[in-house]
Ligand binder design. Structure first.
Ligand code: ZN
Length: 129
């Protein structure tokens, strides 16, 4: 009888202590920080971390974001990033065309597509280190 009372009192006191100290929390709460679930910035590593840091600075070194659209005129040519001094460009001259017009775009002034006349300009792109 005394053993039962002691055991019951001990278990209530122990449960109260565990709850007040936070040790009785579920496992998924115990492994996270006190602020809650870690954000992508806090848990990203390697290439993902470098890409997130670059996006914060307004850069897109891995072309993750949707490319900006250009009018294709002489004043607003299509910008083609390149790590070399020339790049093969495919122009889908009209929206419903089934054939792509391929041509080499060289460094320097904007060039025109031989079929539709849209302007393209090669811009040097530096790869992230
Ligand atoms: Zn074209």
């Amino acid at each position: 009888m005394a053993g039962r009372l002691f055991l019951r009192g001990f278990s209530r006191a122990t449960l109260h202590q565990l709850r007040s100290s936070g040790a009785g929390r579920p496992l998924h709460r115990a492994v996270t920080t006190e602020r809650g679930i870690p954000t992508d910035d806090e848990q990203a590593t390697g290439l993902e971390r470098r890409a997130l840091q670059a996006l914060k600075q307004g850069k897109d070194p891995y072309s993750i974001l949707k490319p900006k659209s250009y009018a294709g005129t002489k004043e607003d040519p299509h910008i083609v990033p390149c790590i070399g001094n020339k790049r093969l460009v495919g122009c889908l001259c009209e929206e419903d065309n089934t054939a792509i017009v391929w041509f080499w775009l060289h460094e320097g002034d904007a060039q025109r597509c031989p079929s539709c006349g849209s302007h393209y300009k090669l811009v040097h792109h530096e790869l992230p280190k």
